[in-house]
Design a protein around this ligand. Sequence first.
Ligand code: IPE
Ligand code: IPE
Ligand code: MG
Length: 250
Amino acid sequence: MNNHFKLNHAAEYDEELLHVAIIMDGNGRWAQQRGKPRFWGHRQGAETAKKIIEAAPKYGISTLTLYAFSSDNWKRPRQEVSMLMQLLQSKLQTEVRTSIENGVRISFIGRRDRLDSRLVAQMEKAEADTSFGQNLHLRLAIDYSARDAMLKAAQLAANEEDLTREKFSEYLAQAMNCSEISPDVDLLIRTGGEQRLSDFLLWECAYAELYFTNVMWPDFNEEELARAVETFHSRERRFGAVPQARVSVV
Ligand code: IPE
Ligand code: IPE
Ligand code: MG
């Protein structure tokens, strides 16, 4: 632990619970910088994900959405895709028990029709087995594209007469094969140095605070998470309004 950085836990913030979404980027470069194959980075990245999931509730996070595989990631070399899918399968096998013990409820968002049927069966079982978890709602985005989800939601909503944001969110959940509406994202973190959204949660991030770090995902840790949450709490969210304290100036 870095001595210069004091960890602030949720209890120190008088705030409501957070939805944090993470674009876990930089695995491949992290490995290549070490002269290893890209897959080495994905394996290490899975370890980081495990640690961040465990730490999340301490920082006031009640919903954590992790971008594990984008619909555009199918464009990668076939071998990398198949190794990523195998990694997902093997992690699901071992981590469901830990999730039950830690009160973590797992859901998946994204298309399921292009995934291996064994993986889909595992995902459904993980959702059922962890459905009573109360400490953290972990949402894993697999074969996920925000634009495809919005397109599908728009198709589903085509005959709706009074389409509201809330109703659209319901269609969006349906489009993502998810049984419940996603809360708005409070804080979006992207590791790996790129400053873009790469088709992740475009509707849900309307007022999200964005936090970009050069740290590669395999090097991300609890201290980095604490720093991101602390930065979030130092920002003023205005949602288009004028904060009460400044109203008199008008
Ligand atoms: C993110 O790391 C993980 C996935 C997309 C599955 P990358 O594989 O994109 O790593 P970089 O960006 O090439 O370093
Ligand atoms: C976004 O990262 C997807 C995941 C982290 C799963 P990418 O590495 O695929 O995004 P781009 O290609 O840099 O935009
Ligand atoms: Mg990348």
